[in-house]
Design a protein around this ligand. Sequence first.
Ligand SMILES: [Zn+2]
Length: 261
Amino acid sequence: MNSRTLSWIFLGTLLCAAQTESPQQAQFRSCRANLKSLARALEFYAADHPEQPGPPLEKLVPGYLKTMPTCPAANSDTYSQVEWAGERFTLCCRGNHHTAVHIGPDRPAYAFPGGEISGLPPTPAEKILARHQQVFDQKKAVADRIAAEQDESVALLEAYRKTKSKNLPREALIELVNQGVTTTPPEKFPILITPPITAEERQILEGEKSPEGPTYLKVVEELDKRLPDSEFEAYCESNQFMLRKNRWLRGKVGKFQTLNG
Ligand SMILES: [Zn+2]
């Protein structure tokens, strides 16, 4: 066997080691997933039963959870001591069961509201997901603002109509608005582009499983599909006229209100 063959074997072993999860890592991941489903079930239970503050976990079975999960590393109940503060709660894997994967006591933990309290530095896959999440959140904020403007559109036109003579025909009113919009500069939308997944990132994302089970690659791909760049851009552009109209109407109605108020 020459040295080149040896180095190939060595490289192969290294790559396999990076891809395969140790049993302790798998236990930790499944413990996180348990806490997440417990937290979600508890949140639903609490919302359905406001008359029972701070319910014990046993109440969740079987209506909200089929069975009561246990931490595979502890093999005993580590979840039932839930800390309640009004409607807020914190759930954790009580004790020191994940030291093999360098996790401190009473971790993993979940809080409501707030989500996971990991106390861990983000993993490479979590960092990539965070970048995609950030772009998605920014797009969502723009889309939500446009939707709110759509809701307000009718009320603004109505407010503007009131500043005019009652005898003004509807067509003439629309004509005035359309003329106004032509002089209103276009809305400037932020340029939000979903980061492309490089070959290296794809490997990282494929090699790490999310707390829910699927790989991070699947999680990132699903997230990116929710508001693709082209659809986002088309949505912004198709609402350009409405946004300019609202801005113009707001200016007119505002002026009128100042004069009369
Ligand atoms: Zn655990």
